[in-house]
Design a protein around this ligand. Structure first.
Ligand SMILES: Cc1cc2nc3c(=O)[nH]c(=O)nc-3n(C[C@H](O)[C@H](O)[C@H](O)COP(=O)(O)OP(=O)(O)OC[C@H]3O[C@@H](n4cnc5c(N)ncnc54)[C@H](O)[C@@H]3O)c2cc1C
Length: 459
């Protein structure tokens, strides 16, 4: 039996490590336990600028230096057209060896004073009668804590309440080694699948096939056969197979979902234990870190402001729900652009694409009078510094979802600016004083599009 701690974090992926460190910085007694007893490879190797930004912002940029990123500024795409085109990669695009990256985060946790224990695979978690948790490992170890954080990725150790967000997808992946492999990432569409491949420093060329789970079952259970056929159908195989080999092929679920019971007064699920994104976005690691940051604020509120527990729980559920919808919309747009968009694999994944388009600017006379619908104003729980607090929000969209921030602007600030502006022109000028004109116009367009602001006849 190990001594009880305030917070036990189970799972040492990016989400668990970052959350453990942030909670330690907030003054909690934190223990992080991880199933692997040494650095292990992990899927999820393409990272974006958001990962760099989050880690730098948290003073953890060293993790990327220690992991050694392989940066790229272009990639090959065979998506909308049959032939490959070269596209400019977004700034900050890179691949990382997750064994080194995740281990670098464990080291940074230890350096900061977090207790990290490796080789502790949890097999069972129980709520104790008098409050708190008892957690058992496969080696019959036992840990006790007042608060439990599930950061075990897709596996999850707490009971699941997962809501699917799109069709079931399976990923088949392997690392290719040999001569003549592509030196640039490659994304390609096939009639019933898509593929992503990229060099990963020290591991070879990672090639992943994404296929519908049901369709794969119909093809039979021979993974190598299905993998090879899939890579051939997108053209990736011809770039790999002449002098290179792929020894082991692995499979994992790659469906998108989020957990509707991800938080309560004494537990929270974070990273991929709370939400799984469609890998098309290549945002899993960024989202894991972002969720760790939000979760640290939620947990801080749950444990230090008992009166605010219900708004903290509501805030976390709301964040997950919105993020799931936003990612579904974003990926649907990309699936809809495939040259196979009329085929069933693509239709199922592009459902709803285009439905959320919003005019970016609206042309009204600058002297037109404006009126704000104040009945749409509510109080909504938001992350504010280290705590969850209620903030003014506007109910928007067909679902009447509360929106408390428009980019960097708070709704409270926007409302104050609307109230002090008599005309459309005055409002645009006032908003543009604190931000660029395009962002100011987007805010105006959003208010009008959601029928929160009505623009009348010229005064
Ligand atoms: C096919 C595929 C491709 C992807 N590609 C990308 C990509 O290119 N870029 C990207 O950003 N994201 C990608 N993702 C998503 C990305 O892998 C995840 O979002 C990210 O790893 C989530 O981080 P996490 O910390 O939540 O969980 P994980 O990284 O999964 O970490 C969970 C940790 O918990 C540990 N654990 C599990 N069970 C237990 C247990 N019972 N006891 C103790 N410890 C346990 C595991 O060993 C692991 O270390 C991809 C996902 C898939 C399926």
């Amino acid at each position: 039996m190990n001594g009880a701690v305030e917070i036990l974090v189970v799972g040492g992926g990016p989400a668990g490590s970052v959350a453990a460190l942030l909670l330690h910085r907030l003054g909690f007694q934190v223990r992080l336990i991880e199933a692997s007893d040494q650095p292990r490879p992990h899927i999820g190797e393409a990272i974006s600028l958001g990962v760099h930004r989050h880690l730098t912002d948290l003073g953890l940029g060293e993790a990327l230096d220690r992991a050694g990123c392989w940066s790229f500024d272009k990639y090959h795409e065979q998506w909308e057209r049959g032939e490959a085109i070269v596209r400019k990669a977004p700034p900050g695009s890179a691949t990382i060896d997750r064994a080194r990256f995740d281990a670098a985060l464990w080291d940074l946790c230890r350096d900061a004073g977090v207790e990290v224990r490796l080789g502790q695979q949890v097999k069972r978690v129980d709520r104790e009668a008098g409050g708190g948790w008892s957690v058992r490992t496969v080696d019959e170890g036992c840990y006790r804590a007042a608060f439990l954080m599930d950061a075990t990725g897709r596996r999850g150790v707490l009971p699941k309440a997962r809501r699917a967000f799109g069709p079931r997808t399976l990923a088949l992946y392997g690392y290719w080694r040999g001569e003549g492999l592509p030196t640039c990432p490659h994304i390609a569409a096939g009639p019933g699948c898509w593929t992503w491949g990229a060099p990963v420093d020290g591991r070879g060329f990672s090639a992943i096939l994404f296929v519908d789970r049901r369709a794969l079952a119909e093809l039979g259970q021979d993974l190598r056969e299905a993998y090879t056929q899939g890579l051939a159908s997108t053209g990736l195989l011809s770039l790999l197979a002449s002098r290179a080999i792929c020894s082991v092929i692995s499979a994992c679920d790659a469906s998108a979902w989020y957990d509707e019971e991800a938080c309560g007064p004494d537990f929270i699920k974070i990273g991929e234990a709370a939400q799984s994104l469609d890998p098309l976005a290549s945002m899993g690691v960024q989202k894991a870190i972002q969720s760790a940051r939000s979760a640290a604020v939620i947990v801080n509120t749950l444990l230090r402001r008992p009166d605010a527990q219900s708004i903290a729980v509501a805030c976390y559920r709301d964040l997950l729900n919105r993020s799931a919808h936003a990612h579904r919309r974003a990926t649907a747009e990309i699936y809809a652009r495939s040259r196979y968009a009329d085929m069933s694999f693509w239709q199922a994944r592009s459902e709803g694409a285009g439905a959320w388009e919003m005019p970016i600017s609206l042309s009204f006379s600058g002297t037109a009078a404006i009126k704000l619908d104040m009945s749409r104003l509510v109080e909504h729980p938001c992350l504010c510094g280290d705590y969850v607090e209620l903030r003014p929000a506007l109910l928007a969209g067909s679902e009447r979802e509360p929106v408390a921030f428009l980019g960097d602007a708070t709704i409270a600030g926007v409302i104050a600016e609307v109230k002090s502006s008599a005309t459309w022109g005055a409002l645009r000028t006032s908003l543009a004083l604190k931000r660029d004109a395009t962002t100011a116009d987007r805010i105006c367009a959003w208010l009008v599009h959601n029928k929160i602001l009505t623009v009348g006849a010229p005064a």
